[in-house]
Design a binder for this molecule. Structure first.
Ligand code: RIB
Length: 307
C-alpha cells in the first residue's frame, strides 16, 4: 500500500449560513457563523487519511490561533504534519464562505499558503506506489516542483486545478490524473461549459487537454456524477441522490478518495464509484474538513447501493 503526500493549502473556513445569497450591493440577515478547518489541500489530506491511507500534508500556516487549531484538527485525523511550516508574521489562510440552499460562494485569502516553496515540496521522500496530490491554492512553482519530484520518484500524480487559473500546459506532462469540475474544465479548454451541457461537450473539452490519451481526466459534475477519460475509454458514473446541505469540500473529498484507492492499488476505473459514494456523504454535512467520511461509512453506502 502506497502513501499519500498532499502539497496544498490549509485554511480556517469562516462560514455564514443564510436562506439565500445576497445580490451585489445588498445586505441580508443570515442565521449563524461557524468556523471549520478547511483549505483544499488539507481537506484532500483529511479525506485520504479518514479513508485509511497513510497521509502526509505539506503546507504553511501562520503562527496564530487559526494555524494552531488547524494543526490540532489535522493531527487528530492521523495526518503526518512534519512538513507543515509555521511562518512568523503571516496569517493562516482564511476562506470566507456563504452557504445558502446547499450552494456556496467562497473568497479565499491565501496568506501563509502563498509561502509554500519548491524547497518545501522537495524535502519529502516519495516512492513508486505513492500518490502525490496538489491543487492551485499554493503557488504554481511549488506545484510544478512537487510533480516533477513525484514523477522522478515514480509516484502517481493527481492534479486538482482549483481554483481555476490558466497555467503552462507543460505541467500536464507531469500529471497522471486530472480531476476538475465543469468551470475549471471550461477555463482550461478555452470554452464555456454549463453543468446542463451534453456529455459530448465535456468529453470533447477534456480530450483537448490530452496528448496521446494522457493524463486520465475525471470531470466532476455535482448531481450528474462524473465523466472520466481513462485509457482511451469514456466512463460515466452517476451521482447518488441525497439531500445535500452543504457542498463545500465535496470535490476535495472526491480527490482524497481517489488518491486513497489508487494508493491501495485499485485502478482508477473502480475508484470512481467509491469516490462518488464518499462525496455523497460529505455533502450531507456542514463544513469541509470535518465532513469527510470514514472508510466504514463509505463501505456502508456502497453496500446500500448494491442491495
Ligand atoms: O474546496 C473547499 C475549500 O475551498 C474550503 O475548505 C476553503 O478553504 C477553500 O479553500
Amino acid at each position: 500500500m502506497g502513501k499519500i503526500i498532499v502539497a496544498g493549502s490549509i485554511n480556517m473556513d469562516v462560514v455564514v449560513t443564510a436562506d439565500r445569497h445576497p445580490a451585489i450591493g445588498e445586505t441580508i440577515a443570515g442565521h449563524e457563523v461557524l468556523f471549520f478547518p478547511g483549505g483544499k489541500g488539507a481537506n484532500q489530506a483529511v479525506a485520504a487519511a479518514k479513508l485509511g491511507a497513510t497521509t502526509t500534508l505539506i503546507g504553511c500556516t501562520g503562527a496564530d490561533a487559526f494555524g494552531h487549531e488547524a494543526r490540532a484538527f489535522l493531527a487528530a485525523q492521523g495526518i503526518d504534519l512534519a512538513n507543515i511550516r509555521e511562518v512568523a508574521g503571516v496569517a493562516t489562510g482564511t476562506a470566507i464562505i456563504t452557504v445558502a440552499a446547499a450552494d456556496n460562494t467562497i473568497v479565499v485569502i491565501p496568506a501563509a499558503n502563498a509561502r509554500v516553496s519548491p524547497a518545501d515540496v522537495s524535502a519529502v521522500t516519495l516512492a513508486p506506489g505513492d500518490v502525490a496530490v496538489s491543487q492551485f491554492e499554493i503557488p504554481l512553482p511549488a506545484v510544478t516542483a512537487f510533480f516533477v519530484h513525484a514523477r522522478t520518484a515514480g509516484a502517481t500524480t493527481i492534479l486538482n486545478p482549483a481554483p481555476a487559473m490558466t497555467f503552462e500546459r507543460k505541467l500536464l506532462e507531469f500529471v497522471d490524473v486530472l480531476i476538475l469540475n465543469e468551470t475549471e474544465l471550461g477555463i482550461l479548454a478555452g470554452t464555456e461549459l454549463r453543468s446542463t451541457d451534453e456529455d459530448a461537450r465535456f468529453i470533447d473539452a477534456a480530450r483537448s487537454l490530452q496528448i496521446a490519451g494522457k493524463p486520465s481526466i475525471c470531470v466532476t459534475l455535482g448531481k450528474r456524477g462524473v465523466i472520466a477519460l481513462v485509457d482511451g475509454q469514456v466512463l460515466t458514473e452517476p451521482a447518488r441522490v441525497v439531500d445535500a446541505i452543504d457542498t463545500t469540500g465535496a470535490g476535495d473529498c472526491f480527490v482524497g478518495a481517489i488518491a486513497a484507492r489508487l494508493a491501495a492499488g485499485d485502478p482508477l476505473q473502480s475508484a470512481l464509484g467509491y469516490a462518488i459514494a464518499a462525496a455523497s456523504i460529505c455533502v450531507q454535512r456542514i463544513g469541509a474538513g470535518p465532513s469527510m467520511p470514514t472508510a466504514a461509512e463509505v463501505t456502508a453506502v456502497l453496500k446500500e447501493v448494491r442491495a
